[in-house]
Ligand binder design. Structure first.
Ligand code: COA
Length: 162
């Protein structure tokens, strides 16, 4: 039997509970999920690729069906390199939809054999984003229900917030 795999790509700066939820739900549909951390994006990240990978590996250390990797350059080239042609992403609202549909069409033009699947985020994560969480922690709020305790600890350290 062939193994069904999917790539969950993103910047993950930092990973949120919304991202983790997509991976966990993805494991019900796929035998293996490769979390692919983009190293060069148009965003200026707070965490280095290694720091983002370390957080995700720690979070999924007891889940052998999750692999955490990084990629440089185009996502479609990474899918070819890995021989995995399904991409799984989360979608929260209409602005995600617009951004994602543009990206999906561009990726499909570059590599017609890939398939991109979208999972609607669970309601409790609809407002969560990496930027929002950075702001919450910066100004002394709690990340409870939005980020994993490992992410909160690393974020507090990075932002020098107690
Ligand atoms: N629940 C909660 N939040 C979510 C979420 C979910 N299910 N899915 C995404 N988000 C949030 C993230 O927190 C993040 O918030 P931010 O904008 O405040 O930082 C934002 O939505 C999107 O981040 P992320 O999921 O990490 O993905 P991204 O859009 O930064 O990543 C890449 C996009 C890296 C996959 C894409 O740019 C890429 O493939 N780059 C490689 C180059 C390439 O191939 N370019 C051509 C593409 S056509």
């Amino acid at each position: 039997m062939t193994m069904r795999s999917a790539i969950c790509s993103g910047t993950f700066d930092p990973p949120t509970d919304g991202h983790l939820n997509i991976v966990e739900r993805g494991l019900k549909l796929f035998d293996r999920i490769i979390i692919a951390v983009a190293t060069n994006t148009t965003k200026i990240p707070m965490f280095t690729p290694k720091e983002r990978v370390d957080m995700l590996r720690l979070i999924f250390k007891n889940e052998p069906r999750v692999e955490v990797d990084t990629f440089n350059g185009l996502l479609v080239n990474y899918t070819k390199k890995r021989g995995v042609f399904t991409i799984l992403r989360g979608i929260r609202n209409m602005s995600d939809y617009e951004y994602e549909s543009q990206m999906a069409l561009a990726n499909k033009t570059l590599a017609p054999n890939i398939e991109i699947l979208y999972m609607m985020t669970e309601g409790k994560y609809a407002h969560v984003s990496s930027s929002i969480i950075k702001e919450v922690i910066t100004f002394g709020g709690s990340g409870y229900g939005m980020i994993h305790p490992i992410v909160e600890e690393r974020l507090r350290k990075k932002l020098k917030v107690k």
